[in-house]
Structures are given as C-alpha cells and as structure tokens.
Design a protein around this ligand. Structure first.
Ligand code: PBG
Length: 320
C-alpha cells in the first residue's frame, strides 16, 4: 500500500491540527536602544530606532499594546571613557530608561544587556591594557554594571561580554546586594560574528582597533558551545542563549538537546537588516520570511527569541 503523508496536509485545518511548532507573543523579546542624544532611526536598520528617554514612553506604548512582554535594553551614552564608567553609573542612560519603564509598566520584563563596549572609548567589551582585554579586571566592572541595573529595577541582567567567570562574578555581586531575585540570562554561546555589523552602527560600539576574536567564540567550533554553556549554568545562569540565530541553528539544537534549561536565541542586527533590505526592494515576502525564520529557531529548540521583528511579528500573529 502506498504511504500517503500528503493526507496530513490536505487542508489548512488538518495542517493546523498536526503542526508541531508554533510561536507565541510571549516567546518574543524586543531589543531597544536608549540614547542620551535625540531619537533617530538606525540607518542600516530601517524600522529600528534609538530612543531618547523622553520618547521612550510612546515607544513602550506600542510595544506593550502589541502584546510584547519583555524588552532587552542597550544604553548609548554621550560620554565614553577607557573603563566604560557610564555602564555602572546609577544615573546613566540605561538606568534612567529602566527606572522610567518600571514606573510606567511594572509588569513588563526588563532585561539589561551587561557589557562595556557601548560605553568604552575604544569600543572593546572590557578593560584594555597592553592592547589586550583584561579578563579579571573587567569582571569587577561588569558586576558593578549588573548591580546598578538591578538597582534601577531590571528583572534580568544579560551579560554579553564573553569574559570568563562573569556569570559567577555577577551572581555573587547581585546576592551580596540583596538582589537574589534578579535573574541572569547569559549570552553563553556568543560567536564572533559579522552579523553584528548594523548593531555596531546602532550602538556606536565598533572596536577602535583589532576585533573581538580573543573573547567571542570562533564560528568554526561547536564543542566549545557545550563547554561555555556548562560553565555558565554551573556559575549560576538562569537562562542561556545562543547568538546569532539563523546561521547557528545546529548549535541551538546541540545546546537544546544537551541542557534542560530555558534557551534563548538572538536573531541579530545583520539578520534583521538582510531581511529588511530584501523586503524593501520587494524581493521577498517579509512577513512570510520572518515567520518561517522564527519558527525554524523554535523548531531547533529555542524557547525565547530576541528579535528586532518582535513588535511586527506580534502584530502578524494577532492577524493570523
Ligand atoms: C554587546 C552586544 C553586541 C550585540 C549584543 N550585545 C555587539 C557585539 O558583541 O559586537 C549584538 C546584537 C546584534 O547584532 O543585534 N557586546
């Protein structure tokens, strides 16, 4: 007898009955840039803005109306220095944005990205001495930044720097300051990737010399993803992450198979810009491509998806 798998695809209703993977609005996390300057669109990311604190409430109204329940904040300070001091200044730009957000939307989950590259004059993710990013000196500053964001009201801190031992350093500092209810979402598996190009325009954070290859991971490696994740869980991460997304779904699958931990995936700036550019040219069907991509990430094993498409995708999900 001929096997007929097509029978399970015979109508939309049957297909909906048997489908295995779906996306819900509550899976989506929306990354946002908060600037000390004026609100402006990011040239290489049409539809993505850097918001001034004054304009943040309007933006948040749209985000929450769309049904998005979590945001990821990046600060863009007007002052940068060698040690990224605005990252751990209680009156810094991201801290102000967090405080305001929590006043307006106490239930919105605020995740603070913890890194120094947006705040340092040299654009590296840590303290530079003799041309090399110093691991242990950076840990102290990351811990201070995490505590400062927690004090401002962040629910989750998300270290994206890739220094060794940062999850432990941050967990200890949070606990010492009575923030034991603040979660850590660790960028546990973060590759050194050219897909971050547009983000560095958005955050004005391209390294002034060299690259990030001595701390971010080498994309030729997969086993290292398991080692990095194991360490972060051991050190106290509550949630883990793989980044970027589309070109790394084999890594998402490997990490998801191995660890029973809430797993996030980050569809990064370059991924957004590529889809946006092609759709602005009328070359692809934007909505269909975005849904297919986000579904692939969940099918590979991700639970949460960080995406610049979060708000649009939430609206599309509502229509569907
Ligand atoms: C900060 C950070 C970066 C991204 C997230 N956090 C940039 C980098 O590592 O260069 C990239 C996000 C994106 O491309 O959307 N370290």
């Amino acid at each position: 007898m001929l096997k007929r798998p097509r029978r399970n695809r015979i109508s939309k209703q049957i297909r909906d009955l048997v489908h295995e993977t779906s996306i819900s609005k509550t899976d989506l996390i929306y990354p946002m840039f908060i600037t000390e300057g004026e609100t402006e669109e990011v040239p290489s990311m049409p539809g993505v803005f850097r918001y001034s604190v004054e304009d943040l409430p309007n933006a948040l109204k749209e985000v929450t109306n769309a049904g998005i329940t979590a945001v990821l904040y990046f600060g863009i300070p007007s002052h940068k220095d060698e040690t990224g001091s605005c990252a751990y200044d209680d009156s810094g730009i991201v801290q102000r944005g967090i405080r305001l957000t929590k006043e307006l939307y106490p239930e919105l989950v605020v995740i603070a990205d913890i890194c120094l590259c947006e705040y340092t004059s040299h654009g590296h993710c840590g303290v530079v001495e003799n041309g090399y990013v110093q691991n242990d000196k950076t840990l102290e500053l990351l811990a201070k930044a995490a505590v400062s964001c927690a004090r401002a009201g962040a629910d989750i801190v998300a270290p994206s720097d890739m220094m060794d031992g940062r999850v432990r350093a941050i967990r200890n500092a949070l606990d010492e300051n009575a923030f034991d209810d603040v979660l850590i979402m660790s960028y546990s598996v973060k590759y050194s990737s050219s897909f971050y190009g547009p983000f560095r325009d958005a955050a004005d954070s391209a390294p002034a010399f060299g690259d990030r290859k001595t701390y971010q991971m080498d994309y030729r490696n997969k086993k290292e993803a398991i080692i990095e994740t194991e360490l972060d869980i051991e050190e106290g991460a509550d949630m883990i992450m793989v980044k970027p997304a589309m070109a790394y779904l084999d890594i998402v699958k490997a990490v998801s198979d191995k660890f029973n931990y809430p797993l996030a995936v980050y569809q990064v700036s370059g991924e957004y810009s590529m889809i946006k550019a092609a759709s602005c040219n009328g070359w692809i069907d934007e909505k269909a491509i975005v849904m297919e991509s986000l579904t692939a990430m969940k099918r590979a094993g991700a639970k949460m998806i960080i995406t610049y498409y979060a708000v649009e995708a939430a609206k599309w999900l509502e229509e569907m």
